[in-house]
Design a protein around this ligand. Structure first.
Ligand SMILES: [Zn+2]
Length: 67
């Protein structure tokens, strides 16, 4: 399934989520102190990802379309 990659944007994330608070939702804000650099639309919902998370997301789901 295709994913879509956006530059990180807190407004793309639902209110009250890690991504909306400026955390890395791929690793979780307790496990990852890095700032997200991208927001991904994935089959599991909107994910904010740090650079390490970006590589993991793209390894898992394949190359994203630009959003
Ligand atoms: Zn992370």
């Amino acid at each position: 399934m295709a994913i879509v990659k956006h530059a990180y944007d807190a407004t793309l994330h639902n209110k009250g989520t890690v991504g909306q608070r400026g955390g890395c939702s791929w690793h979780g804000e307790r496990a990852c102190r890095e700032q997200p650099t991208s927001s991904y639309e994935t089959p599991n919902g909107m994910m904010a990802a740090c650079p390490r998370g970006e590589r993991q997301i793209e390894d898992l789901y394949g190359p994203p379309a630009a959003g």
